[in-house]
Design a binder for this molecule. Structure first.
Ligand SMILES: Cc1ncc(COP(=O)(O)O)c(C=O)c1O
Length: 415
């Protein structure tokens, strides 16, 4: 194609779609081994927290290199538990990225503290030491980094900042299980790290979460927090009688079940295989998109190995006559399940109304948000699925190519 051929009629305008059935942006990869593991738990009689939870915790600690791993019912519960054990509360501020899933900031509000939004780097959508430092106040009590899309933050820089400020560094690594930073596994780089076992994550348990840490006191407190605040001190039980327990603080029911843990254990054992497939898909996208200047993938940083949870592109506004919303709708009509990760958190009505955030607080996040789209990326995706996504992207761009300039030459280097 050279840009002078007339573009194919878009599905949104009544043309034939690239795909008859929608390709989802992500979907879990569950096979016979997962089904057998769950059935075995059903037959074992342990439906809630039992031996599989402990097995999963041990496997997570081994995989991440952390001393302790504590399983909870979701990534959100993991983050909430982290804020709780850090003793964050009313009057405190915690710096979080403007671009993430809302739970990254919600956990701060859940303990009555104020989330402070740091802007992101426009090429990676990661927070940096500079964007975080710009938001420090005397009330800053913790820093939360998010390994957005699976790519690790610059932990050397974030750790140096946290150490200088004498505050804990929390990693929201819900996108990044299996990622590495300078050869260290994600899960061992921050004081506390949160993972999600949600259905579209690397290890899918339906719902679930995990906290990793090297601090056994925090781990004990998290175990109490996930179980209503009940102290599991067996000596006290033995002294008083087997019925005896004590509620020593207010906690929640954030327990993971054995059913979920059994599923997660099989998925964890397959993690390297699924990461390899994600990398192969990303390599295909990268190679094709390097020629398509009308979109810009996020930059891969040299110091880490991403877990490639999301493949996020930015639309190059110079090359399109329409905005992201129209491109999104046109791609959906073509049968490609694109998505947007994420609406900047500080723009949500809850944050604006409750915490006084406003447009303009994080200008880079707000500008880039208008340009981003996530392309389908999941291990069970075939090469043909990748080709369909790329074909649909090119088809939609050719229908919406900006004509005023030599756009084809600028926006597509070759072809
Ligand atoms: C960056 C991030 N943090 C936290 C969460 C919350 O995890 P969960 O859905 O398991 O509660 C998610 C989930 O999508 C996430 O993407």
């Amino acid at each position: 194609m050279n840009g002078r051929t007339s573009p194919a009629r878009l599905a949104i305008d009544g043309g034939a779609p690239v795909r008859a059935r929608l390709l989802p942006y992500a979907t879990p990869d569950v096979g016979e081994a997962e089904i057998a593991a769950v059935v075995a738990v059903l037959q074992s009689g342990w439906l809630t927290t039992g031996p599989k939870v402990a097995e999963l915790e041990a496997a997570f600690a081994a995989r991440t290199g952390a001393r302790e791993a504590v399983a909870v019912s979701s990534g959100t519960a993991a983050l909430h538990g982290i804020m709780h054990v850090l003793g964050i509360g009313p009057g405190d501020e915690v710096i979080v990225p403007a671009i993430s899933f809302a739970a990254t900031a919600n956990c701060v509000a859940m303990v009555g503290a104020k989330p402070i939004f740091a802007d992101v780097d426009e090429h990676t959508l990661l927070v940096t030491a500079d964007t975080i430092a710009a938001r420090k106040t005397p009330r800053t009590r913790a820093i939360v980094g998010v390994d957005f899309a699976g790519q690790p933050c610059d932990y050397t820089a974030l750790r140096a900042l946290a150490a200088a400020w004498r505050v804990p560094l929390v990693a929201d690594s819900c996108h990044a299980l299996g990622a590495t930073y300078r050869d260290a596994a994600i899960g061992s780089l921050a004081d506390l790290t949160a993972f999600s076992l949600h259905a579209v994550k690397h290890v899918a348990a339906g719902e679930g979460g995990m906290v990793t840490t090297d601090n056994p006191q925090w781990a004990d407190r998290l175990r109490r927090f996930r179980n209503h605040g009940i102290d599991a001190d067996h000596r006290a039980r033995a002294a008083e009688g087997s019925w005896f327990y004590q509620l020593v603080e207010l906690g929640y029911n954030y327990r993971l079940t054995d059913l979920q843990s059994a599923l997660a254990l099989v998925q964890l054992a397959r993690l390297d295989e699924s990461l390899a497939r994600r990398r192969a898909i990303v390599a295909r996208y990268d190679a094709a998109l390097a020629e398509m200047k009308f979109v810009r993938p996020l930059t891969h940083l040299p110091f880490g190995q991403s877990a490639h949870h999301l493949y996020v592109i930015r639309l190059n506004p110079e090359c399109w006559t329409v905005d992201r919303r129209q491109v999104f709708q046109a791609l959906r009509a073509e049968g490609i399940g694109v998505n947007v990760h994420y609406v900047p958190i500080h723009l949500h009505p809850y944050y604006r109304e409750t915490w006084g955030t406003a447009p303009g607080d994080c200008p880079v996040a707000e500008r880039v948000y208008e340009e981003i789209l996530s392309l389908p990326l999941f291990p069970a995706m075939s090469d043909a699925d990748v080709a369909d996504t790329l074909a649909a992207l090119e088809k939609v761009w050719r229908a919406y190519v900006r004509p005023a300039r030599p756009a084809v030459a600028v926006c597509r280097q070759a072809g």
